[in-house]
Design a protein around this ligand. Structure first.
Ligand code: AP5
Ligand code: MG
Ligand code: ZN
Length: 219
């Protein structure tokens, strides 16, 4: 009998390393990496109506409304590459989003398998964000100090130009953190009650965090 799909939900504040870790683990776990923030940024790039709607919220550090976000992520989860599950990064981010995901999975007889919570103190986040650089072509994430590209300003994979996200300005990051503590951190308890929560120390070097996550997945 085929095994049930694996749905991993990565929890953690902005810049805790969700995207960095998911990009490393998706290949070995053979699961697609689905990041709601990346889906919104794809929409900006292609100048879609959804992108235009979302940008106003994202640029001020607010969350995009639940109905728009849930519809976008559920559509992505319905694609064939998600037949064995997915690594979700940045979704769910509110209790209604978590409930919508649970309901959609339950309808198919599935559930969230595990929710690693990558914990990082607020003061570390500000420094991580200020040094983050992202490839315009492939979305690979770098850090000027902690994960520099071989050649400054250029992506190692494809030579694409590295840029700073519009929402990585210090004042926007402070707002994102506030929103995280108000609207997203209740998910820690939500998943603790479902017995899927595993806390990971995100305040250590990137490789050490990967090692701890691998141990959780038995990878
Ligand atoms: P999103 O893109 O999801 O942003 P975020 O959650 O704020 O998370 P980040 O992408 O900033 O951080 P990350 O944890 O992926 O860290 P990374 O690996 O890059 O969302 C953006 C916006 O979209 C939201 O603000 C909201 O408006 C909207 N949105 C998205 N999803 C939504 C939803 N579900 N509902 C409503 N709205 C939604 O790492 C950060 C930096 O640190 C990098 O430079 C990296 O190289 C470096 N780094 C990583 N790990 C380490 C380490 N261990 N040590 C040192 N440096 C490290
Ligand atoms: Mg990210
Ligand atoms: Zn690239």
């Amino acid at each position: 009998m085929p095994s049930k799909p694996t749905y991993i939900v990565l929890l953690g504040p902005p810049a805790s390393g969700k995207g960095t870790q998911a990009a490393r683990l998706c290949e070995e776990l053979e699961l697609p990496h689905i990041a709601s923030g990346d889906l919104f940024r794809e929409n900006f790039k292609h100048e879609t109506e959804l992108g235009a709607k979302a940008k106003a919220y994202i640029d001020r550090g607010a969350l995009v409304p639940d109905d728009i976000t849930i519809a976008m992520v559920m559509k992505r989860l319905g694609r064939p590459d998600c037949a064995q599950g997915a690594i979700l990064d940045g979704f769910p981010r509110t209790i209604p989003q978590a409930k919508a995901l649970d309901t959609a999975l339950a309808e198919q007889g599935f559930r969230v398998s595990i929710t690693p919570y990558i914990a990082v103190p607020d003061e570390v986040i500000i420094e991580r964000v200020s040094g983050r650089r992202v490839c315009r072509t492939c979305g690979e994430t770098y850090h000027v100090k902690y994960y520099p590209p071989q050649e400054a300003g250029l992506c190692d994979q494809d030579g694409g130009e590295l840029y700073q996200r519009d929402d990585d300005k210090p004042e926007t990051v402070r707002e994102r953190l506030k929103v995280y503590w108000e609207q997203t951190s209740p998910l820690i308890d939500y998943y603790r009650k479902q017995s899927t929560l595993v806390e990971i120390d995100g305040n250590q070097p990137i490789d050490a965090v990967t090692k701890d996550l691998r141990a959780v997945f038995g990878a």
